[in-house]
Design a protein around this ligand. Structure first.
Ligand SMILES: [Zn+2]
Length: 75
Protein backbone atom coordinates (compact mmCIF):
# COMPACT_ATOMS: atom_id res chain seq x y z
CA UNK A 1 0.00 0.00 0.00
CA UNK A 2 1.28 3.46 -0.84
CA UNK A 3 1.09 6.48 1.47
CA UNK A 4 -1.84 8.77 0.59
CA UNK A 5 0.31 11.79 1.51
CA UNK A 6 3.70 11.17 -0.15
CA UNK A 7 3.00 8.00 -2.16
CA UNK A 8 5.95 6.05 -0.64
CA UNK A 9 5.65 2.31 -0.05
CA UNK A 10 4.27 1.75 3.46
CA UNK A 11 5.14 -1.01 5.93
CA UNK A 12 2.24 -3.35 6.62
CA UNK A 13 1.48 -4.09 10.25
CA UNK A 14 -1.30 -3.85 12.77
CA UNK A 15 -2.75 -1.33 15.18
CA UNK A 16 -3.30 -2.69 18.68
CA UNK A 17 -5.25 -0.98 21.44
CA UNK A 18 -3.78 -1.82 24.82
CA UNK A 19 -5.20 -0.67 28.14
CA UNK A 20 -1.94 -1.48 29.94
CA UNK A 21 -2.28 -1.51 33.71
CA UNK A 22 -5.96 -0.60 33.78
CA UNK A 23 -7.21 -4.06 32.91
CA UNK A 24 -10.79 -3.26 33.92
CA UNK A 25 -11.11 -0.21 31.71
CA UNK A 26 -13.47 -0.47 28.79
CA UNK A 27 -12.00 0.83 25.59
CA UNK A 28 -13.82 1.88 22.49
CA UNK A 29 -12.81 3.40 19.20
CA UNK A 30 -15.41 5.36 17.29
CA UNK A 31 -15.56 7.18 13.99
CA UNK A 32 -17.68 10.36 13.94
CA UNK A 33 -18.83 12.38 10.95
CA UNK A 34 -16.96 15.70 10.86
CA UNK A 35 -20.00 17.75 11.95
CA UNK A 36 -20.56 15.53 15.03
CA UNK A 37 -16.92 15.19 16.03
CA UNK A 38 -16.73 17.97 18.66
CA UNK A 39 -20.09 17.03 20.20
CA UNK A 40 -19.32 13.29 20.29
CA UNK A 41 -22.90 12.89 19.16
CA UNK A 42 -23.71 9.25 18.48
CA UNK A 43 -25.68 10.38 15.44
CA UNK A 44 -23.94 8.69 12.53
CA UNK A 45 -21.14 7.41 14.75
CA UNK A 46 -19.52 4.11 13.76
CA UNK A 47 -17.99 1.81 16.42
CA UNK A 48 -14.68 0.30 15.27
CA UNK A 49 -12.80 -2.83 16.17
CA UNK A 50 -9.79 -2.10 18.38
CA UNK A 51 -7.17 -4.24 16.68
CA UNK A 52 -6.80 -3.95 12.97
CA UNK A 53 -4.58 -3.57 9.96
CA UNK A 54 -2.23 -0.59 9.88
CA UNK A 55 0.36 0.82 7.50
CA UNK A 56 3.33 2.92 8.52
CA UNK A 57 5.02 5.49 6.26
CA UNK A 58 8.73 5.98 7.03
CA UNK A 59 8.79 9.29 5.13
CA UNK A 60 5.81 10.98 6.84
CA UNK A 61 6.11 9.00 10.09
CA UNK A 62 2.38 8.45 10.05
CA UNK A 63 0.18 5.39 10.38
CA UNK A 64 -2.92 4.75 8.36
CA UNK A 65 -5.16 2.13 9.83
CA UNK A 66 -7.96 0.12 8.30
CA UNK A 67 -10.51 -0.58 10.98
CA UNK A 68 -13.45 -2.90 10.57
CA UNK A 69 -16.80 -1.77 11.90
CA UNK A 70 -17.49 -3.41 15.26
CA UNK A 71 -21.02 -4.55 14.47
CA UNK A 72 -21.84 -6.04 17.88
CA UNK A 73 -21.64 -2.63 19.60
CA UNK A 74 -23.63 -0.88 16.90
CA UNK A 75 -27.14 -1.58 18.17
ZN1 LIG B 1 4.15 9.23 3.45
Amino acid sequence: MNCPICNSEMKKGGVVTDNGEMSNATLSLTWYPEEELKKHNKNGAVPLSLNDEGYYCDECMKVFAIHNVHYTSMF
